[in-house]
Design a protein around this ligand. Structure first.
Ligand SMILES: [Zn+2]
Length: 256
């Protein structure tokens, strides 16, 4: 085949078999795929903010800050009224009386809001934030959950919020796993009761009346006060059973 070239040659590329395959795929693909997706609006940065947004405000009380912090996350409702209706986070604000954290809070919330408005899978910021550690040390929340920093607690709030609007889901615990945790828990409770009975023979007074009290914590979960921190679920629920550290919250066991 002869091709006559009328124009000046400014550059060239060799057509590889790969390119040809792409070309044919392009020609074949678009017709069936494009049609149903057309009407569904997804989050993207050109969506304009409506006058009114709905949202939730969460309270943080941390020993690292003198006053409580109030975290507001507002959502936009996309495809309202039809089967594709869904909520997506649109903006985040943090209010606090203390001014000491003001500058990084302003920076963080503006960047987070920008990420929300970009759309796509914004759930990655949850893991990023939860992995932030304060070099001065973290703190325990009610329920024995360890917060390595204020930023990590914000990450937990964003996670809770994304769960509440259906963007994130709790990993399903298998029935087997649940049964195992219940079993370990029962064993532990029986054992500490037995120990207490044995101890009370020689003891009088309050120490014997209150064996390993099972502490009722803020979130309704009960773990013995002697429990230590589980590094897997960050909860004070790790007890020693048969010489093996076992978590009564998530089922983690050092011995597998
Ligand atoms: Zn655990």
């Amino acid at each position: 085949m002869t091709v006559r070239i009328d124009k000046k040659i400014k550059g060239y590329a060799v057509v590889t078999p790969d390119d040809k395959a792409k070309e044919t795929a392009k020609a074949a693909a678009p017709a069936p795929a494009a049609e149903p997706e057309d009407n569904v609006i997804q989050m993207h940065e050109r969506i304009e903010r409506p006058e009114v947004l709905i949202g939730s405000t969460y309270k943080i009380k941390s020993p690292l800050v003198e006053h409580a912090m109030y975290v507001t996350i507002n959502d936009i409702v996309l495809n309202a009224g039809n089967e594709h209706e869904h909520r997506r986070p649109f903006e985040i604000f943090i209010n606090c009386k203390s001014m000491e954290h003001f500058q990084w809070i302003v920076a963080l919330t503006r960047i987070m809001s920008a990420v929300f408005r970009k759309g796509g899978d914004v759930t990655f910021i949850v893991d990023e934030m939860k992995a932030v550690f304060d070099p001065r040390g973290g703190y325990f929340k009610a329920g024995g959950v360890y917060m390595p920093s204020l930023v990590a607690e914000l990450g937990h709030i964003v996670e809770d919020h994304l769960k509440s609007i259906g963007m994130l889901h709790d990993p399903e615990m298998s029935d087997h796993q649940r049964a195992l945790i219940a079993e370990k828990r029962k064993q532990f409770e029986e054992r500490s009761k037995k120990n207490a009975d044995a101890g009370s023979a020689g003891l009088t007074g309050s120490a014997a009346d209150h064996p390993e009290d099972i502490e009722v914590t803020g979130e309704g979960a009960t773990f013995p006060p002697s429990a230590t921190m589980c590094h897997k679920c960050s909860t004070k629920a790790l007890v020693l059973m048969d010489g093996c550290a076992t978590c009564l919250n998530c089922g983690y066991s050092k011995c597998g």
